[in-house]
Design a protein around this ligand. Sequence first.
Ligand code: KIV
Length: 269
Amino acid sequence: MSNAKSQRISIRDLAAMTAKGQKWSMITSYDAVTAQIFDEAGAPVLLVGDSAGNNFLGEENTIPVTLDEMVILSRAVVRGSKSALVVADLPFGTYESSAKKALASATRLFKEAKVQAVKLEGGNKVIPQIKKLIDSGIPVMGHLGLTPQSVHALGGFKVQGRGEGAAAIIKDAKALEKAGVFAIVLELIPAELAQEIADELTIPVIGIGAGVGCDAQVLVWTDLMGITSNPPKFAKAYRDLRNEMSSALKEWMTDVSTGNFPSEAQTFH
Ligand code: KIV
């Protein structure tokens, strides 16, 4: 029997960082390899986003991602990491219809993948689900603004909360905080609106395409590393891994064809 205690960052640690005005980062991860790299680099939060759909599983968007897929990806991320808090998305169709369904879905991610929190999209309409999960001991992260699971209803990947839409997002953000979420992602909304919400709420507000005024930032790892072929405007590529990986592969294939790989160093006698 193991008495090992979790050394992972907790939702309280995140709240404490925000209370001190210390900005923090969340990065997506969909597998054990990147989870280990990002964990060792000190990322406090790893998000097993359903963005795995379009950034890992070859889907057009997040909608087709299943709970079974999320369990497998999340389990890998938990296994690959030691210190980061791992948050998994509840995918489309696994929580909207009832609080009971939300609990059954989140329970799978909690028990089978051993994530430490879940994220779901939406405002007022998902409050019963959020309350049920929190009452059951499952920390919940909210997600407002551009909610990719509703991309068809929203008419595309467009900035949300301009003009009259701003009031609804503010109202939803306050309702989520009241319901007990430990943090909220704000995606693709005007910086001024995100700043207003971050100022208004006590819990951490995590921005993606929401300006610099948020308490934390999140990016999709393939965007950050320059792997995505058509990255969104709000993403910044800090490396060009797409070209790096492609040129490394070409170099190796040339060495294979010219008989320069394997060399003596990779050979056994
Ligand atoms: O699925 C995801 O990766 C996300 C982030 C973009 C916030 O929800």
